[in-house]
Structure formats: structure tokens, C-alpha cells
Design a protein around this ligand. Structure first.
Ligand SMILES: [Zn+2]
Length: 229
């Protein structure tokens, strides 16, 4: 849960997603257009609803909640989504908040108490997810071996070989692994051919990287400014 709107009567937990590009829905699953399954945000609100209800029950609050997933990026499209799902699309947000603001809502002490309780219950992210600050610029570039994490990778046309442990990996697999690394380290970074080229260092041909990206990701933008999602 990213936000929680307190109002008179019903409260509105919000899961906010900044997905960009085209996606499609199949019963209980979300996919990108190249058929990669992504975490279903509707599952996330289901889980957080259950947790919230448990908290409220423990505190003996009798509260009605209505959760929604908010897709806030105006370049987001979701195909095949059923009407009844608690989803708000970018084009609906203004109206949603206008309607919400138009409802008369007088907040009393209980509402403020509820807000305090929620803040107290809010668990900061696990200490294990805390990592030292880093930037793209200050990280060492170069593909590392998936087994022994050595940077000593010998380039080949189709297969890369680790000079330390001898592990072989298809160039395509190595490129995709690097893209996943980049996405994990920098969730907001735009995956471009040049970026992956610089990040891997050992792949000699940008053409090869472009081909792998094209095949596995969705291309966004025009000739002068292309990235992949
Ligand atoms: Zn190795």
C-alpha cells in the first residue's frame, strides 16, 4: 500500500503504479506485450487489504475500506482488463479526486487516531534491503560471471567464457542478465542499446545488443531516442 485516504465512512487504500507502455490482462495475471509476466498489482492490494483488516480488527476499529490500484502514467495502456476490477486509469484520476473532494467529510478525533495507528503500524523496509548509496556512474562496468562473479570474461561471438571458473553463457542470456541487473539496481533507468553496451563492456557489437533487446523487450520511442521496456 502506498497511500491511505481517510474520509468519513469509507477509507481508500491506494496502490500506485507508474507503469509505462502497453500491458495486457489475463485472469489474475498481468503481462507486458512480449508476454513477460509481471507482478499483479491486484494481488498486492488483496494482500494489503487482508493485513489492514487484521490490524483494524485487533484495534477493534469497525472500518470499511475500498482499495484501488492507481495507474498514474499517462503513457500506460492495459488491454483486456475486466470492468469490475478496482483499477483507476490515468484518464480517470482527475474525476476520481474531484468526486472524492466533493463528498462532505468531517474528520473527527477517531480519524486522526486512525492515521496515527497506521503510521505506527507502518514498517520501514527491512534492514536487509538497505544498501549503500550508489550511482550508475560510480559503479564498475563490465559483465560479471553468473557463477563466480569474476569480471574476467572472454568474449566470443555466441558464447562468453569465464576465465576464472570456465562457465559458459550464451551471449543473449548474458545480455538479458545484465538488463535485469540494471533494472534491479536502477528501477527508473531507461534501457537503451548504448547503456547495455557500456554496462557489459565485453559485448563487442551494439547490433547484437539491439537485436536481443528488440526480441525480448518492447521498443519505445523513435529512431533518435529509443529505449526498451
Ligand atoms: Zn566464473
Amino acid at each position: 500500500m502506498d497511500s491511505f485516504i481517510i474520509s468519513q465512512g469509507i477509507h481508500f487504500p491506494c496502490e500506485i503504479k507508474n507503469f509505462e507502455g502497453d500491458y495486457y490482462y489475463k485472469p489474475d495475471q498481468f503481462f507486458t506485450m512480449n508476454h513477460t509476466e509481471i507482478q499483479n498489482p491486484l494481488d498486492q492490494i488483496k494482500r494489503s487489504d487482508t493485513l489492514l483488516r487484521q490490524v483494524f480488527q485487533k484495534k477493534k476499529y469497525s472500518i470499511t475500506i475500498k482499495s484501488n490500484v492507481f495507474f498514474v502514467n499517462s503513457a500506460f495502456t492495459l488491454y483486456q482488463a475486466p470492468l469490475e476490477k478496482p483499477i483507476l486509469y490515468p484518464t480517470q484520476l482527475t474525476r476520481y479526486f474531484e468526486e472524492l473532494n466533493a463528498r462532505s467529510s468531517i474528520l473527527n478525533d477517531n480519524h486522526y487516531k486512525l492515521a496515527d495507528e497506521l503510521v505506527k503500524e507502518h514498517k520501514p523496509s527491512s534492514p536487509y534491503t538497505r544498501v549503500p548509496p550508489y550511482t550508475y556512474e560510480n559503479l564498475k562496468k563490465g559483465l560479471i560471471c553468473g557463477s563466480c562473479y569474476s569480471y574476467e570474461i572472454l568474449p566470443g561471438e555466441n558464447v562468453l567464457i569465464c576465465n576464472t571458473c570456465g562457465r559458459q553463457e550464451k551471449v543473449e542470456d548474458a545480455i538479458l542478465r545484465s538488463v535485469r541487473e540494471l533494472q534491479l539496481l536502477f528501477p527508473d533507468i531507461k534501457i537503451t542499446t548504448n547503456l547495455v553496451f557500456e554496462w557489459c563492456k565485453v559485448i563487442g557489437s551494439k547490433k547484437q545488443i539491439r537485436r536481443v533487446l528488440k526480441k525480448n523487450y518492447t521498443k519505445i520511442g523513435n529512431r533518435h531516442c529509443t529505449y526498451y521496456i
